[in-house]
Ligand binder design. Structure first.
Ligand SMILES: [Zn+2]
Length: 689
């Protein structure tokens, strides 16, 4: 079962890096022990000094590291983030092995539930023996469907019972224009491939992915007793249905404008646009009561999906619904299903070997019972001193960003005052939540892996719908403690730094300020700048979607943002694919703003004001080299191509190289000259925040 959280987080956490819960692998990072030689926080052995810093700074800073650190077979990317994730996975696995092997834990306790979920997923003998019997009741129920009403009832049943999310997305989140209230939200969905373009393009790569999906569908139907011809026919039916839905979906770029996806309807009015989906009747079935209005991300999609419901035969919908059950559960059933799931996913990502079962489970438990497992992690691996260091650093950066806003030469005093008010209202969450989620009422059984996951999904669904009518909880932590990532939430106007990211190369107590400011400092600046990127700037100090800009200032911002779009549009990966400057605009603005803020704050430190070299580098050089080493790494071509379509973050090489070309300090630090490939004339350097 694919455990998708039904909480949509309307705009979502604008994360520093994708795949917050991905399970990554490989060598653990070398920790410090008293016997180790003094650590080089900027190690020349990682660099490729045959390349001029002005020609390709990413390669100059990281070339040798990349050459000597091949991507492990079970990975699709390999770099700083992945190594820390592997490091955390190793820690989690130790905790999981311990709690799962300690008998006699009190029923319902933290350790019983975490330990038994792990044990149930590790019990491959029982899982193999069960084959696909866990989903037989779901398939039998779908077999009995005889008319369109039954189809619609099944769409509801699967959500309410934690089985799947067919046809569209449903969730509960804060109403962006009435930020103190939760509201029901409907979003486009219903497709299996990661992006609508995967269906709509017909180049060789797209065809390969489309075929991989069709093969996957055929295999899963065959494995559940359908004969080969019928299974292949089912694959064609499902593919065409999903392709129709993909055509009706809004592009990722169009969805970047939060006003475009904010469409409030009365429940009765919206039902008139979808004659077969009567939301007045459906909402109570979905356990939603007392709601007169709802938000719809993409109304046109629902109109089309509704028409498709009537235009497609009931038999075809039954096939589609079965497919949803199959694909949602394949990775947790017996090995033929897990293998089919891996083959399909590796066509998309290039991953060569399956992630070991225990590592898949550690990622899954982090993603499902993360605030139980997180307590064990924090207790053992997070120091309060790291939290205090972060509080101070965040304050320094906040003050500096305020100074930068005051000094902007393109913004009026009126808008500046509002921007400063928003900055002052930022809330900061560091390490782990003040109050842990207890998952009250959630039962975990040692011998029932599929059942456990279904109960967790159901619990999550109920948790979301029962929030309706209650005040919005602003203290929730958007990510689990071991997560190697950070985020900004426009609705909460808060920034979050989980315990997992507070490690080298982002941060180390023993490192000099240049390294910490170029690492975690730039990350903090990045998340703060999200509050003022193309999306974040449309939300005000309390997180309300409301325009607080003068028209003139907004126009000037857009001119600068367009320069950033153009800079990134010019970058290519895999020879012919272009970075999508619009899709990645928010992240690119955050990188540029964040690095500038971090640099200016660094210049206030003692080291920032000195010229004393460490390991052969000046303080300014170390700052920029630290930024580059955060992004060191490589990825498989399949993953690179897919990320260009779906990931709002630019490839690491450009995240490193592009922002620095807009900063005079980088030119001085490395004597970058006209003629160097990355050189930009002073008047061409982009200044936004
Ligand atoms: Zn970001």
């Amino acid at each position: 079962m694919k455990l998708k959280f039904t909480n949509l987080m309307l705009i979502g956490a604008l994360c520093l890096s994708a795949n917050a819960f991905a399970i990554e692998g490989g060598k653990p990072v070398k920790g410090k022990s008293p016997n180790d030689p003094p650590k080089k926080f900027i190690d020349p052995a990682n660099m490729n000094t045959a390349v001029k810093p002005g020609d390709n700074f990413f390669d100059y800073a990281n070339g040798n590291w990349i050459k000597t650190n091949a991507i492990p077979a079970k990975e699709t990317r390999w770099g700083s983030f992945n190594i820390l994730r592997q490091n955390n996975t190793d820690k989690l696995l130790k905790l999981l092995a311990e709690v799962s092997s300690t008998p006699g834990q009190a029923k319902g306790s933290l350790k019983q539930r975490v330990g038994d979920l792990y044990a149930s997923g590790m019990d491959s003998v029982t899982i193999e023996k069960k084959g696909y019997t866990p989903i037989m009741p779901e398939l039998a129920r779908i077999d009995k469907i005889s008319n369109l009403d039954d189809v619609i009832n099944e769409l509801v049943y699967e959500r309410v019972n934690g089985i799947g999310n067919p046809l569209f997305g449903f969730g509960v989140g804060p109403d962006s224009k009435h930020i103190e209230k939760y509201i029901v939200s409907l979003r486009q969905g219903g497709t299996s491939l990661p992006d609508r373009d995967n269906y709509l393009k017909d180049d060789a790569r797209s065809k390969k992915i489309q075929n991989a999906l069709k093969t996957y569908i055929t295999t899963l139907f065959t494995l559940t007793g359908t004969n080969a011809d019928v299974a292949a026919k089912n694959a064609a039916t499902i593919y065409e249905l999903e392709k129709s839905l993909a055509k009706s979906q809004m592009s990722r770029v169009a969805q970047r404008d939060p006003n475009v996806t904010y469409n409030k309807f009365s429940v009765a009015d919206f039902s008139k646009t979808t004659p077969h989906l009567n939301w007045v009747k459906l909402l109570p079935m979905l356990k939603v009561t007392g709601q007169d209005t709802l938000l719809v991300g993409q109304p046109a999609f629902f109109k089309d999906a509704d028409a498709l419901l009537a235009a497609t035969s009931v038999e075809d919908w039954k096939t589609y619904l079965k497919w949803n059950v199959l694909q949602g559960s394949a990775s947790v059933l017996s090995s033929p299903f897990v293998k089919a799931s891996f083959v399909y996913n590796s066509a998309l990502s290039g991953q060569q070997t399956q992630t070991p079962r225990n590592e898949r489970l550690s990622g899954q438990i982090d993603g499902t019972l993360g605030e139980l497992l997180g307590q064990l992690y924090v207790e053992k691996y997070f120091t309060p001193a790291a939290k205090q260091y972060m509080v101070n650093l965040v304050n320094n950066l906040k003050i500096t960003l305020g100074e930068r806003i005051k000094n902007l030469d393109w913004m009026s005093d009126v808008t500046k005052a509002r921007a400063l008010k928003k900055l002052a209202a930022f809330r900061v969450k560091i390490g782990y939540p003040d109050k842990w989620e207890t998952y009250a009422g959630l039962d975990i059984e040692r011998g029932d892996y599929y059942g456990n996951l279904k109960r967790i999904s159901k619990w999550r669904y109920n948790f979301n719908v029962t929030r309706l009518g209650k005040p919005v909880d602003r203290n929730r932590f958007g990510m689990t403690p071991p997560t190697v990532n950070a985020s900004y939430s426009p609705n909460n106007n808060d920034i979050t730094f989980p315990a997992g990211i507070l490690q080298f190369p982002f941060f180390d107590f023993g490192a000099d300020d240049a390294v910490n400011y170029g690492g975690i400092g730039a990350v903090i600046g990045h998340e703060m700048t999200h509050g003022f990127d193309d999306q974040g700037r449309q939300f005000d100090a309390d997180g309300t979607l409301r325009d607080w800009w003068t028209k003139d200032d907004a126009d000037k911002f857009k001119v600068r943002a367009d320069q950033v779009v153009n800079q990134y549009n010019a970058f290519t990966v895999l020879d012919t694919m272009h970075v999508n400057g619009r899709l990645t605009l928010g992240e690119n603005l955050a990188d540029l703003g964040g690095l500038n803020v971090a640099y200016q704050a660094f210049k206030k430190t003692k080291q920032g004001q000195s010229t004393t070299k460490t390991d052969g580098f000046t303080p300014d050089q170390r700052f920029f080299l630290s930024w580059a080493q955060v992004w060191r790494g490589s990825q498989r071509p399949e993953a690179a191509a897919q990320r260009i379509l779906t990931d709002p973050h630019s490839p690491e090489e450009f995240r490193t190289n592009a922002p620095i070309t807009n900063m005079d300090a980088w030119y001085s630090a490395f004597s970058i000259q006209p003629g160097d490939k990355l050189y930009k004339k002073p008047e061409e350097r982009i200044r936004v925040w």
